[in-house]
Design a protein. Structure first.
Length: 260
């Protein structure tokens, strides 16, 4: 089995190195990761600047590269140019911090997995619900290892990625696993206005999570209650429930014949 491993925390992040140790025991690993942390980049790609690449010599892998670009750049470049062999699975993570609910639209971790799906590869994104600098990723890596084995044995829909979030708890405190839907995840967008030494104004984004009522079947609820959340995410964002309603309501008003 050939696995492409990437992340958005960068090539030096503890999460990806812990995952390398676990996945290299049974898979041929290719690692293509950003040169530094690229959290919050979403599905951005580099189109106006060169993307610089250098080899990464890491124990336990078939080959690796460090990319001066976004997580999505890493996946696009890996599959389209750097790796000649066919990739069986893309694994993105382990992210240092959760990617729950609407976070997935900002997340470089989830977007890298989404790019894998776009390029025809089954994909998994994995995040650990902790920002603790000394957090132990070993259980999350073992859970990911076992999940990879299961999904490759049972089959995974290539048009849908799996988004996994693991609670920051001791193994004995984790209650189990739930298959979930995306919840709601909003933030206080607090922009602090500052000035640099030359007197130029800039803004620094801060703010914490806003606690909101959640669907009992959401990923946010599952992790808050001590369960590992596994959410299948499809890239078709169409709201099919509204198509006929909008046809009936708006179609006759949106006729181009009336535009002058």
């Amino acid at each position: 089995m050939r696995i492409l491993l990437t992340n958005d925390d960068g090539i030096h992040a503890r999460g990806i190195h812990t995952l390398i140790r676990e996945l290299s025991t049974f898979a041929e690993l290719y690692v293509v990761s950003p040169d530094r942390e690229r959290s919050g980049t979403g599905h951005s790609i580099t189109v106006f600047d060169p993307i610089r690449v250098s080899p990464a010599d890491l124990p336990g892998i078939k080959a690796g590269w460090i990319v001066g670009g976004t997580p999505v750049d890493c996946v696009k470049l890996a599959i389209s140019g750097l790796i000649k062999e066919k990739i069986d699975l893309v694994v993105s993570g382990i992210n240092h911090g959760p990617n729950l609910g609407t976070d997935v639209l900002y997340s470089g971790t989830v977007s890298a997995a989404a790019e894998g799906v776009i390029m025809g590869c089954p994909s998994i994104a994995v995040s650990l619900d902790s920002y603790d600098i000394d957090m132990d990723f070993s259980f999350a890596a073992r859970f990911t290892r076992d999940t990879v084995r299961i999904v490759m044995e049972k089959g995974i829909t290539p048009t849908t990625l799996l988004n996994i979030n693991i609670p920051s708890l001791d193994r004995d405190e984790i209650k189990g696993t739930r298959i979930t839907r995306l919840g709601v995840r909003n933030y206080d967008n607090l922009f602090e206005k500052r000035q640099d030494p030359r007197g130029n104004t800039y803004y620094w984004l801060g703010g914490g999570v806003v606690e909101e009522e959640q669907d009992p079947e959401s990923d946010v609820t599952a992790v808050n209650e001590g369960f590992i959340s596994v959410t299948p995410i499809h890239l078709d964002l169409t709201d099919y429930r509204l198509i006929q309603k909008y046809r009936d309501t708006f179609a006759r008003y949106l006729d181009v014949s009336g535009v002058r």
